[in-house]
Design a protein around this ligand. Sequence first.
Ligand SMILES: *[C@@H]1O[C@H](CO)[C@@H](O)[C@H](O)[C@H]1NC(C)=O
Ligand SMILES: *[C@@H]1O[C@H](CO)[C@@H](O)[C@H](O)[C@H]1NC(C)=O
Ligand SMILES: *[C@@H]1O[C@H](CO)[C@@H](O)[C@H](O)[C@H]1NC(C)=O
Ligand SMILES: *[C@@H]1O[C@H](CO)[C@@H](O)[C@H](O)[C@H]1NC(C)=O
Length: 370
Amino acid sequence: MEKQYARPVVLSAFRLHIFLLVIIPVLSFAHAKCVLFNFGDSNSDPGAFMAALGLYLGPPAGQQFFHKTTGRFCNGRLYIDFICQSLKIDLLSPYLESSGVDFTHGVNFAVAGASTEVYLYIPFSLSTQAGQFGHFQNRTRELRPQGKGSMISEMEFRNAVYSIDIGQNDINLALIANSSYEQVVNKLPVILERIENATKVLYKLGGRKFWIYNTGPLGCLPQTLALRKKNDSEFDELGCLALYNDAAKAFNAGFSNLCDKMRSEIKDATIVHTDMYAIKYDLFANPEKYGFEKPLMACCGTGGPPYNYVDKKTCGEPTASACPDPSQSVSWDGVHYTEAANAVIASKILSAEYSKPHIKLKTFCNHKMH
Ligand SMILES: *[C@@H]1O[C@H](CO)[C@@H](O)[C@H](O)[C@H]1NC(C)=O
Ligand SMILES: *[C@@H]1O[C@H](CO)[C@@H](O)[C@H](O)[C@H]1NC(C)=O
Ligand SMILES: *[C@@H]1O[C@H](CO)[C@@H](O)[C@H](O)[C@H]1NC(C)=O
Ligand SMILES: *[C@@H]1O[C@H](CO)[C@@H](O)[C@H](O)[C@H]1NC(C)=O
């Protein structure tokens, strides 16, 4: 790393040095193995929901990349899969999968439907997932001396990145319960406090590098539009449901404050906050930039334009079918993004442009803590 600084552009090297000293004081420049623990909902669930509940997500899910169904709500890879490929680690296995798993580079605890709260059918809330991490860590400590298990070391637990992508289901559930906007906004502090508590649990268990996402534009999802629209005056300028996007934005404002609060409270941790809302909203605002068409219409579904989404005739049901070229669609099934959209989302996450502080995930993951 020293050599890289002996470049002629002294000023920028100096600036970079200052930046690193100020922004990421807890990182040093020695390389560590990149280990990633992920927590969240279906946006980053590689098959846990289906494994945990013993259910089967039928085709055409998985058709474009895995050529079989994997339990991902997508025609191929999720953004987290693209991230793993870019970090040059194997795709993270779901914690709740019993066979053929490989946890040497981390674990994916995300479960579809998860929110910050335990509710009927989905007991895998964020705090449950944090507890599962504690269980995994204990098991690893027990098994490692016998040369078994993930073999993740204490140093690797400490140097790992802990990524969290949660909140979409909390907001959606609050809105589906027919709460007013004010009632939803009043629920946000508790939702945020649960995220804070889970993050602090991970911190107490030794996590020091947190990579956390705010939530996307719920009001632009074909499902939301098809099921929740009552009145055309509820649209924003893109034809998304303004109420749903406003609720997501209110959550995100609180989330940003929460990140600042946690940064001031846990000084020996680094919290990188990535603006998933901006990343995803751009897909709906400028679809042609990425080769997408009709971003508000699900690729796989029933009913045709404008949303191709009909309740109980959704993707995976025999009555639903996929569009001929999913690489032109933003939405796969009305709720989840296509592989093509996930590739764009991952590249923007990896660019660091949407992150505060602007640190690259790859750099973050590979750098060793003091
Ligand atoms: C992990 O082990 C510690 C004791 O070593 C115990 O206090 C803690 O409750 C355990 N956590 C889980 C989730 O099993
Ligand atoms: C919300 O209101 C709609 C009618 O506007 C109704 O069909 C639906 O059942 C209500 N949902 C709940 C959870 O109360
Ligand atoms: C967060 O943790 C604190 C301390 O353990 C607890 O008092 C509080 O009830 C928790 N908040 C929520 C929303 O669960
Ligand atoms: C739609 O909403 C607008 C503004 O809130 C209201 O004035 C109008 O009456 C509503 N239309 C219907 C059909 O409910």
